[in-house]
Design a protein around this ligand. Structure first.
Ligand code: ADP
Length: 390
């Protein structure tokens, strides 16, 4: 039987999945993660969908992406000797202004994607490094790049541009939007399970360690809280979210910070971590009664509510809000804080359904349907890889 591998390569981590292809949808067999690649305490974990732990161990051989891939492949060969890898699907953060679909990785398309590295310097080089390692390791398999930007590529121009001289737009300084694989999954799920909602005006809130919101009409993105980089919009675990560009100029000119220091501040030390002075983990913040933890939650929910109003205006009204991502799927408290006193927008939370983590958490009388849908980005990648393997 043909199999699909999905890979999500970060700077020091590699998330992977093994799927059986052939049916209507690829079926997940096993998934896992290699963490802290290159450090002495690198670690791999892998579990089958029926709960068998295949690996949960530290290993010195996990010194780079290629050796981590070798390790995973050896594990697959031992555990699933009849598996034939027909395609490998890669999560690639940036597909540039033109790619609205997954593409096959070839030497030419890899070169095109390398040219986008300056647009996403903290992600794209590592994504492509993983892709190159997989191309070497599985030369017979189709390699498919799935982009976080692709789902947003049909934004109207006003949602795609900044008010800079037009040559900057032409050189690629645009609002790309990210988390597209998650929004793609939600859109497809709505089409299959709630077609009327899918056809309407929907805001999806992907609230995880990274967080953004997407406005959809008829299942297509027309606006996103994220812009040129995966830093804009909502505050995140360690990223600042929307920031006046004057702050960056001030940090450079008056505080003498260079680009690396500012990048470190805005990507790794801000957001929930920076505001709380404590942690980027929402569960820990919810359990804490320090002023910092309260401030972080207050700012997080304030910005989500503000963005919800803005995206409802972009849509010209609102039929549904979908919560997803680690916080959106699990945090009763944060969903409650977001939806409280939103009656003016037609939002009425059913507190009991919310407390029970129900799939629909609005009251019967709520004009806007509130839904919780667990996202599945790996499945979107596996589907694209399977479609291209055929
Ligand atoms: P990533 O963006 O890295 O994929 P996730 O989508 O896994 O992140 O989300 C991680 C966040 O979800 C963390 O802040 C975590 O604390 C939060 N989270 C997970 N479960 C809960 C819960 N039950 N209540 C509140 N927050 C939760």
């Amino acid at each position: 039987m043909d199999h699909i591998i999905t890979l999500n390569s970060g700077s020091s981590s590699l998330k992977f999945g093994l799927f059986a292809a052939g049916g209507a949808d690829p079926i997940l067999i096993c998934s896992g993660e290699v963490e802290r690649i290159g450090s002495p305490d690198a670690r791999i974990s892998a579990t089958t969908t029926d709960g068998r732990v295949l690996a949960d161990t530290s290993s010195e051989v996990l010194r780079d992406q290629a050796s981590a891939l070798d390790y995973i492949l050896d594990l697959f060969e031992r555990q699933f000797p009849s598996a034939r890898v027909a395609a490998v699907g890669h999560r690639i953060v940036h597909g540039g202004p033109d790619n609205d679909q997954p593409i096959l990785l070839t030497p030419d398309s890899l070169r095109m994607l390398e040219q986008l590295e300056p647009f996403a310097p903290l992600h794209q080089p590592y994504n492509l490094h993983g892709a190159r390692a997989a191309m070497e390791r599985f030369p017979e398999a189709k390699q498919v790049a799935c982009f976080d930007t692709a789902f947003h590529r049909h934004h109207p121009w006003v949602n795609d541009t900044f008010a800079l001289p037009t040559e900057y737009y032409d050189m690629g300084v645009r609002r790309y939007g990210f988390h597209g694989l998650s929004y793609d999954y939600i859109s497809d799920h709505l089409a299959k399970t709630a077609p009327l909602i899918h056809g309407g005006r929907v805001v999806v809130a992907h609230l995880g360690n990274g967080a953004s919101m997407c406005a959809m009409i008829g299942g297509r993105s027309v606006g996103s809280s994220m812009g040129f980089s995966a830093m804009d919009g909502l505050p995140m675990g360690t990223r600042c979210g929307q920031l006046d560009p004057g702050v960056v100029l001030y940090l450079m000119d008056q505080q003498g910070m260079n680009a690396d220091e500012i990048s470190d501040l805005l990507y790794r030390k801000s957001g929930l971590l920076g505001l709380s002075g404590m942690t980027n983990d929402m569960r820990t913040l919810e359990a804490s009664d320090t002023p910092g933890a309260r401030n972080a939650i207050n700012y997080f929910t304030f910005r989500i509510r503000r963005e919800l109003g803005a995206l409802a205006a972009v849509l010209g009204g609102l039929d549904a809000v979908v919560f997803t991502g680690g916080i959106g799927e699990n945090s009763t408290y944060i969903r409650d804080r977001i939806c409280t006193d939103m009656g003016w927008l037609g939002v009425e939370l059913d507190h009991d359904a919310n407390a029970d983590n129900g799939r629909v958490i609005s009251t019967d009388l709520s004009r806007v349907k509130l839904m919780v849908i667990p996202t599945n980005e790996e499945l979107v990648i596996a589907r694209a890889a399977a479609a291209n393997a055929a």
